[in-house]
Unconditional design. Structure first.
Length: 159
């Protein structure tokens, strides 16, 4: 069965995952890239070295964000949201870093392994990486959200 996720199911999916995909478009090109994130209060918080996606989002801040949970070919959930890129600096960047650190630390504890990141130090949220590229803290303010799911008959509905 294919169906639509209810708004609260979309929120739960966005809050429970840590890897999503950002779709951005500028200068006639579309670019989709996976990224680790934290979701809070209608915003997707991310960090990234300054590069192609950051340059594209600066030119055109209207982006698409996708996240999914696939258990198998007949059981999956997906949420797609449209939003606006907002580059963060100063106190907002430090707050975003705190949100990311808290989310990744929770995952690290649950998985008993290091979280996927390169420089996550709250005291140096905007320090450059070893390759010299500065780290950019940003959020995507989600404006419109939709979600879909598939659950074949061989799977029992979740209760």
């Amino acid at each position: 069965m294919l169906g639509k996720l209810a708004p609260e199911e979309i929120e739960q999916l966005l809050a429970s995952e840590i890897t999503g995909r950002i779709g951005c478009h500028a200068d006639g090109r579309t670019y989709v890239v996976p990224i680790t994130y934290a979701y809070q209060s209608g915003h997707v918080y991310c960090h990234s070295p300054d590069g192609q996606k950051i340059r594209m989002m600066r030119k055109n801040p209207v982006v698409c964000f996708e996240v999914d949970r696939v258990e198998d070919i007949g059981k999956w959930r997906s949420a797609i949201a449209f939003g606006r890129f907002e580059e963060l600096g100063g106190r907002e960047a430090l707050d975003a870093m705190d949100i990311l650190i808290a989310r990744f630390a929770a995952i690290e504890r649950a998985q008993q392994g290091p979280y996927p990141s390169y420089v996550l130090r709250a005291s140096e949220a905007e320090s450059p990486r070893a390759d010299g590229r500065p780290i950019v803290l940003f959020r995507i303010r989600l404006i419109e959200k939709t979600g879909r799911f598939e659950q074949t008959k061989r799977h029992r509905p979740e209760r």
